[in-house]
Design a protein around this ligand. Structure first.
Ligand code: KG4
Ligand code: ZN
Length: 338
């Protein structure tokens, strides 16, 4: 069979997403971002699952319409089984099972973290996928992980965060600076006009390839408290310099561990995924590593970096080829390692 059509559903956090793939190419890839959480400065799980519930049916309709295919053409339904917020996962899982039963097509469970990595294999005329083995660093509001990718379904987590995700470090620091949620992109923006060497924030000492970001947030808090006590207008005056210094520190933390992984494993092919891969600091650091250290860096387009359903679909496609189907009883799994 050469024409495989997969409907993919992603609902692990606060984005409801649906995509249609024709083999390894995304015909449609739609995300409904839930803006309701902005007022709370972070994702409220109960509100997220309610919004998924409202979004999911119209979103799947839209994905089918944009792909210009009929649901009867679908070969399988792929869905995110985990990891994520359980209430959110339940919506996508239940919907995928019902549709699979209703249409009489197979069901395929997908691990969200594997999907971030395999998003690099979504067909795109402008770039080539990495070849095995490669190192993948998944950096977002929910994850910070370095993975050794030996094959499509042979991956090993080499290191991960022991506390906050790197995106949280951006967002929580941004909140302390009075910026709206999610503040990561704003820190990136203001950093461009600031002096990255004006302030110093500590680099955490963590063994091996693991990360820790909670200390950074605390040091930003104390730093701002100390400075605003001296000058109440400090944040306003120094915003760009603080953002630039903070971003420099975060990029340094990421690059230190990534470089260690490259050295430890002797693999210079490095792939980024996750929303923080949009950060200009980390992108520039990788470009420099390509030029100066002979690395080869892979960064997918932004719509495949942030949470999306096309990445769920590509895993679905590879599993379909491998006859790896799931039972209708498969439960959602909030904690689900690669
Ligand atoms: O992958 P994503 O959309 O959702 C998950 O968290 O899974 O990632 C969102 C995260 C947020 O923390 C956001 O602040 C961060 O990615 N982010 C950025 C940038 N763009 C998005 N952080 C720093 N610089 C950026 N340009
Ligand atoms: Zn994600």
């Amino acid at each position: 069979q050469t024409d495989i059509y997969i409907l993919a559903i992603e609902s692990s956090c606060d984005d409801t997403a649906a995509a249609i793939l024709h083999n390894s190419k995304a015909l449609s890839n739609i995300v409904a971002t839930q803006h309701i959480h902005e007022a709370y400065g972070g994702v409220v799980p109960e509100l997220a699952s309610r919004a998924h519930q409202q979004n999911i049916v119209p979103l799947v309709h839209q994905a089918l319409t944009e792909a210009n295919i009929d649901k009867k053409q679908l070969s399988a339904i792929a869905f995110t089984r985990g990891p994520g917020l359980l209430g959110s996962l339940l919506v996508g899982t239940s919907f995928a099972k019902s549709l699979s039963m209703g249409l009489g097509v197979p069901l395929i469970e997908v691990n969200h973290m594997e999907a971030h990595i395999l998003s690099h294999f979504l067909k795109d005329d402008d770039r080539d996928p990495p070849t095995f083995p490669f190192l993948a660093m998944t950096i977002s509001g929910g994850h910070t992980q370095i993975v050794l990718v030996k094959d499509y379904f042979d991956m090993e987590v080499l290191g991960e965060t022991l506390d906050d995700a790197v995106g949280e470090a951006f967002d929580k620091s941004a909140k302390l600076l009075g910026l709206p949620y999610p503040g990561g992109p704003l820190i990136d923006k203001y950093a461009k006009d600031g002096d990255p060497d004006k302030y110093r924030f500590p680099i955490p000492k963590v063994d091996g390839l693991d990360f820790s970001f909670s200390g950074l947030k605390t040091s930003v808090l104390y730093f701002l408290q100390r400075e605003t006590a001296k000058d109440p207008g400090f944040v306003e005056k120094e915003r760009d310099n603080i953002c630039a210094s903070l971003q420099k520190t975060i990029v340094e933390i990421l690059m230190k561990k990534l470089s260690k992984a490259v050295d430890d494993y002797g693999i210079t092919q490095v792939a980024l995924a996750g929303g923080v891969a949009a950060n200009s600091g980390i992108r520039n650091a990788l470009k420099t590593a390509e030029l100066e250290r002979g690395w080869k860096a892979y960064i997918p387009p932004f719509e495949y970096c942030t949470d999306n359903a096309a990445m769920i679909g590509i895993v679905g496609y590879f599993k379909y080829l491998d006859n790896r189907f799931s039972d209708l009883k498969t439960p959602a799994k909030a904690r689900y390692t690669i």
